[in-house]
Design a protein around this ligand. Structure first.
Ligand code: SF4
Ligand code: ZN
Length: 262
């Protein structure tokens, strides 16, 4: 995942996963004097939620002596997740928020001059997403996820998920044992009913058949290898609005922004 001289942009939300990742990478980085870490946080504009998380992220960065950059949806897109939620559009706020977050993290990482982006997805997140993609009838999305996302065309920074084989419970344990101060309240807009059902199902499977999550993750890795060989690499154009690479005329975030103001 990493090279000795990488400048890693670590996406830090202020939750247990991202603070654990930051802690671990800072420890590792000390052994590689040519490497660098910058924490990046995204302020989606969610009242009574994100401010606390950003404060916790700020404190952790101070303690670990890591540079911290915050970008906001307000400054990047002119709208916040709370405002989108109030508009009661066709999709859930998470549908917009997730797309905007990916773009915001890419922008922040490019701003700080990073060579890689590290996100804190854990084993539970990964296998939930595999099942979600299958239930949404979008198996090719499995190719576009996984522990390391490298763009062979060189248009996007490589994304890595160092915690993708660590069960969520172990991360909680690490966070408590090391005394990490993390945000524990849920986002007021999180209402992804399908993901919640999949989470319950996978936890039940794990309880009854230990190792189910690891097995599913391994299966996804094999499927990914087979699909990657079969799926053609798409041609990219420049988004007519923001210039970001996209297989279409507009990138997904700009398409969404157009739909919001229409
Ligand atoms: Fe955004 Fe949804 Fe996550 Fe809340 S739960 S921060 S709305 S993606
Ligand atoms: Zn765009």
């Amino acid at each position: 995942m990493l090279e000795y001289d990488d400048h890693i942009a670590v996406a830090v939300s202020g939750g247990k996963d991202s603070l654990t990742l930051l802690n671990l990478l800072v420890k590792l980085e000390k052994r590689f004097p040519k490497s660098k870490i910058t924490a990046i946080s995204v302020d989606e504009g969610i009242a009574a939620y994100r401010d606390e998380a950003l404060e916790l992220a700020r404190k952790a960065c101070d303690r670990l002596d890591v540079e911290h950059t915050i970008v906001s949806y307000r400054e990047l897109f002119g709208i916040t997740t709370d405002e989108i939620a109030r508009m009661r559009l066709g999709q859930t706020p998470c549908a917009y928020c997730g797309v905007f977050r990916r773009k915001a993290i890419n922008k922040a990482a490019a701003m700080v001059g990073a060579t890689k982006i590290a996100t804190a997805h854990n084993l539970d997140d990964e296998v939930q997403t595999v099942l979600l993609n299958m239930l949404h009838g979008d198996p090719l999305r499995i190719v576009r996820s996984g522990p390391v996302l490298r763009d062979p065309r060189g248009n996007f920074l490589t994304r890595i998920k160092p915690l993708c084989e660590i069960p969520e419970k172990e991360i909680v344990l690490y966070a408590y044992l090391t005394g990490l101060e993390f945000q524990s309240i849920a986002c007021p807009h999180s209402a992804d009913a399908l993901r919640n059902d999949i989470r319950s199902f996978l936890n039940l499977m794990e309880q009854k058949h230990a190792g189910s999550k690891f097995t599913l993750n391994r299966t996804a890795e094999r499927v990914r290898e087979l699909l990657a060989a079969a799926a053609p690499t798409s041609q990219l154009n420049e988004c007519e609005n923001c210039g970001d690479p996209t297989p279409h005329r507009l990138c997904e975030a700009c398409l969404m922004l157009h739909a919001i103001v229409a």
